[in-house]
Design a protein around this ligand. Sequence first.
Ligand code: IPE
Ligand code: IPE
Ligand code: MG
Length: 279
Amino acid sequence: MSWNEQQGSEDKNIQQELLKNGNLPKHIAMIMDGNGRWAVKQNLNRIAGHREGIETVRDIVKACSQLGIKYLTLYAFSIENWKRPTSEVGGLMRLLEFYLRRELKELNENKVKMFSIGKVSSLPKSVQKLLHRAIDTTKDNDGLTLTLALSYSGRWDIVRAVQMLSLDVRRGKISPEDINEEFFAGYLQTNPLPDPDFVIRTSGEMRLSNFLLWENAYSEFYITEKYWPEFRRNELYKALAEFQHRERRFGKTSEQITNKEIEDQNTYLKRILNAINMS
Ligand code: IPE
Ligand code: IPE
Ligand code: MG
């Protein structure tokens, strides 16, 4: 059964409300934080928190796909995360393997296109193989593009881009005058993706942690106190309802923005929250 066929009517109603309002983000990027704290709160070990975090990933991917969101990028493992105890890193790699192995069929059947950013070569060979297989199997899909940021850091990608750009200058393929913002962005691993318009971070930390530094230049931010394992689709709906009423000015004045809201923000939020509470 496809994800759309599985959907309950109450959930469909909330999504319909959100879709009616329009203004949904095209690219949502998520900093999936708080698995460890969630686990400690339940007297479990940190790996159990990561395991529960995968259940959130499954639900959020499904919800985004059902809503017709075009791009979802998940920060799953940063370059800095290699500094964690080897037992935790090993556990995370095994879970990643488990996810890629178990989910590929369903993701493919639901037209999800897999993509990754980060220093993939530093991941265990088994994970690399599964990742390449997932990307290759789903390359012609036209549904949600699901990007996993693995062994990723924003500065790493920028430096990598500068190195490649410099090589092209040295080889005479381009000259320094050719370089502008768009041209530079073409060298980043994220170049097939539009910039995220919405960044969600769970567990309350007010920082970027080296995530999409270039690409997030004008993204809207949403930070929730919920831990990642608790951030299921209803929490996503609340975040989206808030996004829909943000005024994105890109440096202009409020008066210059033509796309004004139709419905009062409070009425709209109340209605969405009611629908969520009833579901
Ligand atoms: C996020 O949860 C997952 C990864 C960074 C891999 P954490 O493991 O960072 O959880 P906290 O922040 O310690 O609670
Ligand atoms: C950010 O979470 C990285 C990922 C979600 C993969 P961290 O838990 O590593 O971030 P810091 O260290 O608290 O900033
Ligand atoms: Mg953390």
